[in-house]
Design a protein around this ligand. Sequence first.
Ligand code: GTP
Ligand code: SPV
Ligand code: MN
Length: 592
Amino acid sequence: MSTLSTKNATVNQWLDEMKALVQPDHIVWIDGSEAQLDALRAEAVSTGEMTKLNEEKLPGCYLHRTLPNDVARVENRTFICSREEKDAGPTNNWMAPEKAYKMLYDIARGSYHGRTMYIIPFSMGPIGSPLAKIGIEVTDSIYVVLNMAIMTRVGAKVLEALGDSNDWVRGLHCKVDVNEENRYICQFPEDNTIISVNSAYGGNVLLGKKCFALRIASYQGRNEGWMAEHMLILGIENPQGEVKYIAAAFPSACGKTNLAMLIPPEHFKKQGYKVWCVGDDIAWMRKGPDGRLWAINPENGFFGVAPGTNEKSNPNALASTRKNTIFTNVALNNDDNTVWWEGLDKNPPENATDWKGNPWNGKTSDVKGAHPNSRFTAPAKNCPCISPEFESLNGVPISAIVFGGRRAKTAPLVYQSKDWTNGVFVGSIMASETTAAAAGAVGVVRRDPMAMLPFCGYHMGDYFKHWLDMGEELGDKAPKIFNVNWFRLDEEGHFIWPGFGDNLRVLLWILARCEGKADAVETPIGYVPHPADIDTTGLDLDPQVLASILEVDPEIWKKEADGIEEFYAKFGDRLPEALRGELDKLKASLAK
Ligand code: GTP
Ligand code: SPV
Ligand code: MN
């Protein structure tokens, strides 16, 4: 099927070990060719692993269902296996490497009997970019191969770029029998190694994504002086044709994909504003030769949340999914062999199959057709607003960093930190209501620093320190840091801010602040816009209501400060002094 091979001794040695361990019947190198991928698609259809969708309406698209016990990341079964427990820190699960290897090898041993080992050489980032990194994932799942072929750059060119280097990440995935009792997602940052067993769901098994591009890469970035973040990257082009870039970190299922592809409201479109998507989930950022912070999107596709995606909320995401896309855990419309999910339109199919594979009538059923964390895997190049800089080897220069979460109260629509150190504080105290992206309770407020709680590959206190160090290195060229909250609720539990495309109104204030062109009001937590400085033309929003979501309530924030104190206590002496200082300043300012 493929004649790929490599002379890289470190690769061949590891592959020999993996073959001896998992004992596959067949071995297939993924060369990235359409012919090979097509053959794999046909095979997956023949075994029922995937369903081919309507070729006219959704050309090249497939549906896949995972087991109902395997529909999201599993944070309680995710481990950082650093040699020293203290290096994983208080926010990660830790297991000693020897113990973890033994346990995982026992699970993996012989698990490819009767199966094929697919070897996927992949690049995170455009091949040849100074910011890119290479990995090799071994898997026994065609679904994983086909997703990796969309989400990363795979194949022969990757091996060429690697040459005989030992700087690559080892990823072993064994589906085994998808038993949740034996499911483990383990990162060994000191060994550049990932082992994932007993899952077949996205974030647990597409090892280039959260395991490598965030957990392992955040550790590498700390050691090598760069940053791996759970951030979208977008460019805003003004009517003069100048493009400024923003990177934004929101927790899982809190709006990164939506913001990254937003369509400007009519009033701005007419003036000539455009938004360009560079990335929707992960940013790798490094100081460039000009002293500014430059970012690439290490991914090559979108693994986006399906529910809620529609022609109005995110037409660019929807358009991205109209060809060559894999849908996971959505509903199947049996009349025309297309897909449906909650929030796609107001016309659910009557003759359908739900995400569990049961017959489903969308008009009468009281269960959901699609799982709340159902996803589409779509090639980035399908996106109508994909940035012309998407393949740029040097990435794009970042003007502003934005943090944000889901908070019914507390956080205002937007505020600017006072300086970089205060901005790191703002990121470190982020809190958000949990979502269906991870197994467990939904809607519970938890601290999620920089949206990295499930993804930081080392001690979170050291991670904060790394952020502070990066600020020192960037000096006055450092991006300005902001916080946003699209999710304030009114008394009846409705979102007050319209969100989606209208978020551009907030981003424009952010960019104006970066250029020193907008005024602000100083509050104890930072700078908040005057309501009049948010352009609401064409928006039916009472100025009083806008003012209400820009308010900072000192009483609520005093309680918040107590929560932060408690959270910070976890980090002991690995909490940087400067952040403790910021908390003290906040408290003093609230007490005035
Ligand atoms: P991951 O892929 O899990 O990292 O998530 P993400 O941050 O990319 O989240 P995504 O953009 O897919 O948004 C998830 C959910 O948030 C969807 O249900 C959206 O409809 C909702 N959402 C996104 N933006 C907004 C907004 O501006 N306002 C409101 N109210 N909801 C939003
Ligand atoms: C997230 O949960 O933040 C995702 C989806 O982007 S997953 O790849 O499953 O992590
Ligand atoms: Mn994510």
